[in-house]
Design a protein around this ligand. Structure first.
Ligand SMILES: Nc1nc2c(ncn2[C@@H]2O[C@H](COP(=O)(O)OP(=O)(O)OP(=O)(O)O)[C@@H](O)[C@H]2O)c(=O)[nH]1
Ligand SMILES: [Mg+2]
Length: 314
């Protein structure tokens, strides 16, 4: 049974990453698979292919250096061996905690704060996370901490109903920190195991936003000094360098424990996962591969690389 379930997950991630596979995996396979000699012309083509795959300039250079060094030392042969070297290098870059290995709390709720720029996919990812945790047998409560827009609370309410989890919310314009405080209080009273707090992606300016996040921190710490136990930064995986830049602002102001990369289904830019992970230095914890509540995957480097290259399950 368990294997069947994992198999379905793998099929889903393969489907979700289909566009990335044709740009990244297939391109690299067709360039390298022919077993061409590793000369200057080949390395230039490899560089172009890696850059086109959006894995970032830094990682591209690191790979080229490694390939050249290993080739000179006679440690790698063209063709399959080189392809394996490349996959290994990508897996190492993406490595992080085991899937779903969060900072789970044994007594009291595990509090997860979700942050990110507007439109990145925060609210949808909260629904998916709630579903994921529910499937893992945990009780979940979501907090409508984006009080900036009435529609934000409404959107989360609909998701909470669909997924079948509790929600704590207030009126538009309410104090987001008060919503977060009440949500944790409710979870403690009800014995709920996980609280996921939504936040606004946009306030009037960046200082407002950071002040609000700061305040949420302060009030939930009144419940539990160690909270939030996880802070996930949601990043639109299709937005390229711009997304990295915006994400960096958050990660400089707050401790971020993990990334959720969204919208990897509609794009060939899945390779940017590597660039984002490298540039922010934060492990990827989950990825979104569609708009539905099951279009979500705990991130695993081996599975991700296998899916990109169209390999059998890792
Ligand atoms: N294709 C695809 N669409 C996604 C994914 N995740 C989110 N979306 C879509 O992206 C849009 C924005 O998602 P939201 O969850 O509302 O984003 P948000 O960060 O909460 O936005 P604000 O609250 O406005 O800051 C919605 O139309 C979602 O359906 C994904 O993994 N794949
Ligand atoms: Mg939202």
């Amino acid at each position: 049974m368990v294997f069947g379930r994992i198999g379905r997950f793998f099929e889903r991630i393969k489907t979700g990453l289909a566009k990335t596979r044709s740009l990244v995996g297939d391109a690299l396979r067709s360039l390298i698979g022919r077993g061409r000699t590793i000369d200057k012309a080949f390395l230039e083509e490899l560089e172009d292919t890696l850059i086109a795959a959006d894995i970032g300039v830094a990682k591209t250079e690191a790979i080229l250096d490694e390939v050249q060094a290993k080739w000179k030392a006679g440690e790698v042969a063209p063709g399959e061996e080189l392809l394996d070297l490349l996959k290994r290098s990508l897996r190492e870059e993406l490595d992080g905690p085991q899937p779903d290995a969060l900072n789970w709390q044994a007594d009291g709720p595990t509090i997860i704060l979700i942050i990110g720029v507007n439109g990145a996919g925060k609210t949808t990812s909260i629904a998916k996370l709630a579903k994921r945790f529910k499937d893992l047998g945990k009780s979940v409560l979501v907090a409508a901490g984006d009080t900036y827009r009435a529609a934000a609370t409404q959107q989360l309410t609909i998701w909470a109903e669909r997924v079948g989890v509790d929600i704590v919310k207030q009126h538009e314009g309410a104090d987001a920190a008060a919503v977060a405080f009440d949500a944790v209080a409710a979870a403690k009273a009800r014995g709920t195991e996980v609280v996921i707090i939504d936040t606004a992606g946009r306030l009037h300016n960046r200082d407002d936003l950071m002040r609000e996040l700061d305040k949420i921190h302060r009030v939930i710490k009144r419940h539990d000094e160690a909270s939030p136990h996880e802070t996930f930064l949601v990043v639109d995986g299709t937005a390229g360098q711009n997304a990295i830049q915006q994400a960096r602002i958050f990660s400089q102001s707050l401790h971020v424990s993990g990334l959720i990369l969204t919208k990897l289904d509609g794009t060939a830019k899945g390779g940017s996962t590597i660039a984002i992970r490298r540039e922010l230095g934060i492990p990827v914890r989950y990825i979104g591969v569609g708009e539905g509540m099951d279009d979500f995957q705990p991130f695993d480097a081996d599975t991700f690389v296998a899916a990109i290259f169209g390999d059998e399950e890792a």
